[in-house]
Design a protein around this ligand. Structure first.
Ligand SMILES: [Zn+2]
Ligand SMILES: [Zn+2]
Length: 367
């Protein structure tokens, strides 16, 4: 079959809208007609070259759509199901999957950076040339093929645009609080950086019935937005004494949990300074993998736990339907996360807007 997709051919150049050919389905493949696809910061890292992937590639890893067809061995989804895609499909039986760390799944870790599906192959071609998959999802396209473990059926009551954002930003943020850190009711939480992921950490802390939920960001507009998503207190980083303000709000002790979602050397340092002895830090932000970060040794003492999380400890088949239901029950905000809807034709302008730091989420809508 043929379909249209946004293809990144060269770093820092506009994507082209091209007609691609899709291979026939392997036994464990799922063909999905994409209905909505979110523009995430990680796509932008590939476009700008700070995250290197083989080109040409179809980006997009935050998608929702309808199952069009399934391979002969697929049992978990069927034609007509509404699905949210997981950018971390996993084999279920490798060293890490057996140790309950699907995020480190070996076939995933081996093939994802090569722009291939878990079996080490691409399903997409452009005039005979191989086109790469981004994070085994490639959702900035009319159709995609994903492995069975990457297609998660969800209730049909949720609109596709609201559904797609669950696939990356919402799962990562809400999951960091609820699944990774397991925030205790009544505890104090600090969230540094209130973009799409940080706002969802705030929502996760609220779902966990945290006590003080302290948002740290720069400027009134971003802090007001954080309050809308569950922050009970705010700290403006521009004042220069963020740590003092956090300490003042936490009886001088520091917070029980600190989430870093800004992706900055200085905020990684702040995160360990701002947590109380025995507390937990979760790092969600990123800087270039080759960069070094230094810490004051004393800030790491005191039985602190520091963990990194890329996907909020996601178990997509458990968590996507749970998050959808929290939304349908009115306990989680998704409508407010989507600040712009565009056509696939306008995707380059969409990413330019993301690079300028505008809005929360832009979603590409397909008919
Ligand atoms: Zn993402
Ligand atoms: Zn595995």
């Amino acid at each position: 079959m043929i379909f249209r997709a946004a293809v990144l051919n060269k770093v820092n150049e506009p994507m082209t809208l091209d007609t691609l050919e899709m291979a026939t389905l392997a036994p464990t493949d799922v063909l999905v007609r994409i209905k909505a696809s979110g523009l995430c910061h990680t796509d932008l890292e590939v476009i700008q070259g700070s995250l290197a992937y083989p080109l040409p590639i179809v980006l997009g890893h935050e998608g929702a759509g309808i199952v069009e067809a399934v391979g002969s061995e697929v049992t978990q989804v069927k034609g007509g199901d509404h699905v949210i895609l997981s950018w971390n499909p996993h084999c279920g039986h490798c060293f890490y999957c057996e140790r309950d760390l699907p995020i480190l799944c070996e076939p995933f870790s081996r093939n994802q950076p090569k722009g291939l599906l878990l079996d080490g192959k691409s399903r997409m071609r452009r005039a005979g040339e191989q086109v790469h998959h981004y994070s085994v999802t490639s959702t900035h396209a009319e159709y995609t093929i994903v492995p069975e473990s990457g297609a998660i059926a969800v209730p049909k009551d949720i609109p596709f645009d609201r559904a797609c954002v669950i696939g990356c930003g919402v799962m990562t943020g809400v999951g960091a609080a609820v699944r990774k850190a397991r925030v205790e009711a009544g505890s104090n939480v600090v969230v540094i950086g209130c973009g799409a992921v940080g706002l969802n950490v705030l929502q996760g802390a609220k779902l966990s019935d945290a006590g003080k939920i302290i948002a740290v960001d720069v400027g009134k507009a971003r802090l007001d937005r954080a309050a809308q998503f569950g922050a009970t207190h705010s700290v403006d980083g521009t004042a220069g004494n963020a740590l003092d303000q956090i300490k003042a709000l936490t009886d001088g002790r520091g917070a029980d949990y600190v989430f870093e979602a800004a992706g900055n050397k200085s905020t990684f340092r702040l995160s360990v300074e701002a947590v109380r002895p025995g507390g937990q830090v979760v790092w969600l932000g990123k800087i270039k993998v080759s960069e070094e970060v230094s810490f004051r040794w004393g800030s790491l003492m005191g039985e602190k736990r520091v963990v990194r999380s890329s996907y909020g400890d996601a178990r997509p088949r458990r968590d996507f339907p749970w998050i959808v239901n929290e939304y349908l029950k009115g306990r989680l905000k998704l409508d407010e996360l989507i600040t712009n809807r565009i056509r696939l034709e306008d995707i380059n302008e969409g990413f330019a807007s993301l690079a300028r730091g505008e809005g929360i989420r832009t979603v590409v809508m397909f008919d």
